[in-house]
Design a protein around this ligand. Structure first.
Ligand SMILES: *[C@@H]1O[C@H](CO)[C@@H](O)[C@H](O)[C@H]1NC(C)=O
Length: 193
């Protein structure tokens, strides 16, 4: 009876409702609820040398292992940081705290380096093939730098087009604007039709 009504609901409202309904049915009967990540820290922007704390709060996860894993922004180069309340990574700048009352795993990084930037993922491993995860991005501010491969000098004949290139990096991503030396006036027509 109850199952029938939840399936009807799910066909109306989508898969989310079905998962919720099944969780609700199994939960009280077996005394076991589906582990969830109830909170994760929002994206962080920090200066080099600063400190960051990233929190991951879990529910019904006491029977499962919880990990912090770091990956670079392009998802290559994955580093395993912690399992449960112990840190795996041997780096004195990193520490991990587990708060029993809020079931929160807090990862702290001190003296932040440029290489600490990336995606920090909190994972609850349910089985070999199944895990739930949530993630927080750590961005590290870097001063803007104009790359050496930017145009340094250019010789063109009168009437010919000239192309000057400027490559810059940094975080936040720098905005590039051009101006002429001594603020001399630039031609207003940048392109011909
Ligand atoms: C110039 O150098 C930067 C790195 O400094 C690089 O990202 C960019 O692709 C280079 N551009 C060219 C055209 O070589």
């Amino acid at each position: 009876m109850m199952l029938t009504s939840s399936i009807n609901l799910s066909t109306m409202l989508g898969m989310g409702v079905l998962l919720l309904a099944i969780g609700g049915l199994i939960g009280p009967a077996s005394g076991q609820r589906t582990p969830t990540i109830s909170y994760i820290t929002q994206e962080q922007i920090k200066d080099i040398g600063g400190t960051v704390e990233m929190e991951c709060a879990v529910l019904y996860a006491s029977d499962y292992s919880v990990h912090w894993v770091k990956s670079s922004n392009d998802r290559s180069d994955v580093v395993f940081l912690s399992t449960g309340s112990s840190l795996v990574l041997k780096d004195s700048r990193f520490s991990l705290r587990y708060d029993l009352s809020s079931t929160t795993y807090t990862l702290q990084i001190k003296d932040i380096q440029e290489t600490d930037a990336g995606i920090y993922q909190c994972q609850v491993v349910l089985s070999v093939t199944n895990k739930i995860s949530a993630e927080v991005a750590l961005n590290v501010r870097r001063p803007p730098i104009i790359s050496d491969n930017s145009t340094q000098s250019l010789v063109v004949s009168e009437g010919q087009p000239a192309q000057m290139e400027c490559y810059a990096s940094g975080y936040p991503v720098p905005q590039i604007t051009w101006r002429r030396e001594n603020n001399a006036i630039l031609p207003t027509a940048f392109s011909h039709d």
